[in-house]
Design a protein around this ligand. Structure first.
Ligand code: SAH
Length: 257
């Protein structure tokens, strides 16, 4: 008998950003799997088992949830933001591809969530109003050379760039190196938005420029809960009296872009 595995996006943190579909899928599950801090965001329910994993154990977490579902259970695997963006849905697909044939018979549902990039953009105005791309700065799963090449290509092509996983204790220099790299293609005045722990009690949002971004990173204590949006040459900042500035990228690309 094969059960069901729902890979669920919890959104960035604010409970109001959890979709009704995600809420229903969590309520229906006999067991919930996830990285500890994400699991902490799911209120315990009587009779529902909980399995917390370490952040580095993505494959093991996916395989454990699949094994349980293959036994016929209704299993939920929770992820922050959207499960398909630098997260568990791809790990589950990889385990299904490499795993036993029975895993392909599981009723798999990927339930989307609001990804961090959209939450940070909404706080700032509309920086993703025109073409954009998203990059993870983590060089755990790819080389720094690949990251540098993609930063060059994205900035050179005029995309707004959302940077996930900008800093961690194990990766202290990558953010400054990335900002420096982007500075080769973009003016120092290019608008940059830092969003830290958006949707949670300790939220910080800061609007700065590419030239001042290393200093802003220190001021907001940019960390693994921070997402950074680097504007394109078209991105604009609208000052407002008594209110934070609006950052937006116009819907039409300029003639030179
Ligand atoms: N699946 C997640 C992303 C996982 S990668 C999603 O769709 O959002 C983890 C990175 O996401 C963090 O390093 C940070 O860059 C970003 N992030 C996650 N939650 C965030 C939040 N509440 N505020 C700002 N950035 C966040």
């Amino acid at each position: 008998m094969s059960g069901r595995l729902a890979v669920i996006g919890l959104g960035p943190g604010d409970a109001r950003w959890l979709t009704p579909e995600a809420e229903t899928a969590i309520a229906a599950a006999a067991a919930v799997y996830g990285y500890g801090p994400y699991l902490d965001r799911v209120p315990p329910r009587p009779g529902q088992a909980r399995h917390a994993f370490d952040n580095r154990e993505e494959g093991a977490r996916a395989a454990a949830a699949l094994r349980h579902a293959a036994d016929g259970a209704d299993v939920a695997l929770v992820s922050g933001g959207d499960p398909g963006v630098f997260a568990m849905a791809a790990a589950v697909c990889a385990e299904i591809e490499a795993g036993p044939a029975a895993w392909r018979r599981i009723d798999l549902a990927v339930i989307p969530g609001i990804t961090a990039m959209l939450a940070v953009a909404a706080r700032a105005g509309a920086p993703l109003g025109h073409d954009f791309c998203a990059l993870s700065l983590s060089d755990n799963l790819k080389s720094w050379d690949t990251i540098a090449r993609r930063l060059d290509a994205a900035a050179g092509a005029g995309f707004v760039i959302a940077l996930y996983n900008p800093v961690s204790k194990a990766r202290p220099w990558q953010l400054d190196a990335a900002l420096d790299r982007l500075g080769r293609h973009l003016p120092a005045a290019t608008p940059v938005v830092f969003g830290r722990a958006v949707g949670r009690a300790e939220e910080r949002v800061a609007v700065t420029t590419l030239g001042a971004a290393p200093q802003t990173a220190a001021e907001v204590a940019a960390d693994m809960a921070t997402l950074i949006i680097v504007g394109s040459p078209q991105t604009r900042v609208v000052a407002r009296e008594g209110r934070p500035p609006l950052v937006y990228t116009p819907r039409a690309a300029g003639a030179s872009a």
